[in-house]
Design a protein around this ligand. Structure first.
Ligand code: ASP
Length: 343
């Protein structure tokens, strides 16, 4: 017998899960088993909406690779019984978690939608109710018998974005996320419109979760006046295997000899360096200016139009899930789109 359509909500924490505690006059996380008290509309979907809650809801500033692994296993354990998954998550690190999960959930064939809110669900003007309800609807949508969006995405304020293309852009607007280098996967107005030509097709193979994440990575943002001591301190960190360089514009960095020498030393010793832009949109083109060309000659990999969040989690995944991978092979994988994160 065919089972009823079903969506699983995985509650990790974040602002969305807060209610006002009258006795203490503060915002406190609410008991998620009572979610339908807050969102009675959940009974009206006509399919089953179940939820699980991680022990002790957290502010997403405390998210770490162990929590990514926990989210991935929750999806794996419940994969066959559900048609789609919603991860309720704080907005601060949502783009990192969505990027990480996009790499960890190999052969994904069902929707995994991250959402949250800027105002707690227990407040009158909350954006959480709409975000949650529309996410559930998208997660359960089938087109021609197939899930409409079988990939890891972020839904926020009417926009469904590929998770590893999204970035948080506002601390206060309801429209908190943007996908500067990739079209929206869907837009919700009076109808939900799916941009099908931009949505990955499901792999049609068994879900393959890889939980390995390597944290021996660093992010180095270049700025005018950055000191040799600062660059050296980062690049000589014990055990460092990869650095994401956030450079200017189309991938340009200082040409000072000391800077080039530090990077050369790191790369010669087997280190991996990925060049991403500090700009909100656009791509790295290291051939455009002499300042970028020098990095290319050193063996720095172009991040192209990847977000910083996706670049970091991609290299953490590559190094964490491929044993003793050589830097040549890691560079080759970085150059390849693993989950639609680069064009
Ligand atoms: N600090 C909160 C978090 O990321 C903010 C939010 O949920 O929007 O958990």
């Amino acid at each position: 017998m065919k089972r009823e359509r079903s969506v699983l909500i995985i509650y990790t924490g974040g602002t969305i899960g807060m209610v006002h505690d009258e006795s203490r006059d503060t915002l406190v996380p609410f008991d998620f088993s009572h979610i339908s008290d807050q969102v009675p509309e959940l009974h009206r979907f006509g399919y089953s909406v179940n939820s699980i809650s991680f022990n002790k809801p957290i502010d997403s500033s405390d998210v770490d690779p162990a929590l990514w692994a926990k989210m991935a296993s929750a999806i794996e354990e419940n994969y066959d019984e559900h048609d789609g998954f919603i991860i309720l998550h704080g907005t601060d690190t949502m783009a990192y978690s969505a990027s990480a999960l996009s790499f960890m959930l190999g052969n994904l064939g069902k929707p995994v939608i991250f959402t949250g809110s800027q105002l707690p669900i227990g407040l009158l003007r909350t954006d959480g109710r709409e975000n949650l309800i529309t996410s559930i609807e998208i997660a359960a949508t089938m087109i021609d018998g197939e899930p409409a969006v079988p990939e890891v995405s972020i839904y926020f304020e009417n926009k469904l974005m590929r998770g590893n293309r999204a970035t948080k852009m506002s601390t206060e607007q309801f429209n908190a996320f943007d996908s500067p280098n990739y079209p929206l996967l869907a837009e919700a107005g009076t109808e939900i419109r799916f941009n099908r030509q931009h949505i990955n097709r499901g792999a049609g193979r068994k879900l393959k979760v890889s939980e390995g994440i390597c944290s021996d990575v660093a992010l180095l943002k270049i700025f005018p006046g950055i000191s040799p001591a600062a660059v050296r301190a980062v690049l000589s960190m014990p055990g460092l295997r990869a650095v994401v360089l956030e450079t200017y514009g189309s991938g340009n960095a200082p040409t000072a000899e000391w800077f080039i020498a530090e990077l050369r030393k790191f790369i010669r010793m087997g280190g991996i360096a990925i060049n991403v832009t500090q700009c909100h949109g656009g791509r790295v083109e290291m051939n455009l200016y002499e300042t970028g060309k020098r990095l290319l000659d050193l063996g720095v990999v172009s991040g192209r139009d990847i977000t910083t969040e996706a670049a970091l989690t991609k290299i953490m995944h590559i190094l964490g899930s491929n044993g003793d991978i050589s830097s040549e092979r890691a560079n080759m994988l970085l150059n390849r789109s693993l989950a639609g994160e680069i064009s």
